[in-house]
Ligand binder design. Sequence first.
Ligand code: UD1
Length: 420
Amino acid sequence: MTKYVINGENKLEGSVDISGSKNSALPIIAACILNGGKTNLYNVPNINDTEGMLEILKNLGCNIKKKGKKICIDSSKINKYDIDSKLMNKMRSSVIIVGAILARFKKASFSYPGGCEIGARPIDLHIKGFRKMGINIDESTGYIVGKCDKIKPTEIQLDFPSVGATENLILVSVFTDGETVIRNVAMEPEIEDLQNFLNKMGAKVSGAGSNVIRIIGVKKLKEISYTIMPDRIETGTFLTYAAMSGGNVEVCKCNTEHIIPILTKLEESGCRIYNEKNRLALIAPKRLKAIDFQTLPYPGFPTDMQSVFLSMLTVAKGTSTVTENIFENRFKCVSELSKMGAKISVLGSSCVIKGVKRLHGTIVKAADLRGGAALIGAGIKARGTTVIENGDFIERGYDNIEFKLKNLNIDIKKIKEHVN
Ligand code: UD1
């Protein structure tokens, strides 16, 4: 069990380097299964979710060597195609490994991921796509077993631009003997990173970043080295902390093109932003202005930034409205923010935030990754001491956040408690 303790009312000041993207690293680690050889990955974030994905690969028989942010994965000796259900249940996004296993072995067995902290997150779009490609999916035993003699290149129209389904269907298509076309795909930058990774291995994927992706099957893939792109949500999180604390930060090693919807909203709330290709500076106003926003698939405002922004708006001047359109259960931090003095009312998928001048520190509990990050923001702003329990959620997605915030003038301590 991890706790974060923050003594608030310090402003973020200084410079921070952004880590590799969690949501790029996860599908790319899964894709290392495809070449049946060695892959060197650089700039891999040191977070619990990447650890979880590596555990699954190890369990399948991969050999993994890790040195700081560099990981070498050798998938030549994989000796099974069933994903351990305990490991899979730990991390919902593990479902993106299924496409890679199916592509390599033409069979995979895995458990159906249950509901999770931010919503039901079904995988019907993944399954529908697999079936369209000629894979026989049997769900009758409690496990899902996928099998086929040959994966058929085909045309797939997604009902919704799901990030995970887009990635899974790209992965499953790499070795077909023809062209697969997937329409209404997710356009998130992480999909482009996966495309670049696969193409460097020798795959033929095109269209990532647009709403149609084409994959021409190849016979085999080669061993490569690849550097994971910067995390756009971590970038947005540090900028938002700076904005709400009234601070002034420089964020380095990021990709500014990926966070335009976030920058636009920060400017609307009164921040000044200086933008270079891989570097950003933000100067916060004396008091932020209230703004309205809604979450949408990329290039709309990212759902993964919703909670942190909501937390920021609790101290903005005026009334803000936030609408969550992607996940049905993403306002879990509201009750905790209210304990700190925030004035928020939730109405279905929207909430109305009446900005207050000050939050006060108390004991709060993280209920999910981004909601936990929202509580860190509130703790930075609040008067007094904030204790955030269930900090393990935060470690799923933020690489060394305590160290980075300390370097930015924030009084934060991480406490690891051992539970017997
Ligand atoms: C990915 C990201 C997550 C981000 C989300 C949306 C990773 C590891 N995680 O999650 O951080 O918040 O994209 O940007 O990249 N849905 C279905 N059926 C499906 C698949 C999805 O109904 O088969 C629904 C989900 O319940 C959700 C919506 O579609 O309401 C979006 O989900 P999806 O884009 O698939 O998100 P993930 O890939 O799970």
